[in-house]
Design a protein around this ligand. Structure first.
Ligand SMILES: [Zn+2]
Length: 66
């Protein structure tokens, strides 16, 4: 049985089968969806690309060369 700690509430989450990096699991304690980010040791983190709403990132493109 593979067990990892929920990054949100600290509860142990057991993963059935073979865990893979990028795999999504749901914590039964706090109902947060987390992602497997490391296998040895098994580590969980919040998924990266779950942004709600749009943001205009215009400030980044400051291409003044020369
Ligand atoms: Zn949790």
């Amino acid at each position: 049985m593979n067990e990892a700690v929920c990054p949100s509430c600290g509860a142990a989450i057991s993963i059935k089968g073979t865990p893979k990096i990028g795999m999504h699991v749901t914590c039964k304690s706090c109902d947060t969806e987390v992602e497997v980010v490391w296998l040895d040791p098994l580590e969980l983190d919040w998924p990266m690309d779950e942004y709600e709403g749009e943001e205009d990132i215009d400030d980044f493109d400051d291409g003044e060369e020369g």
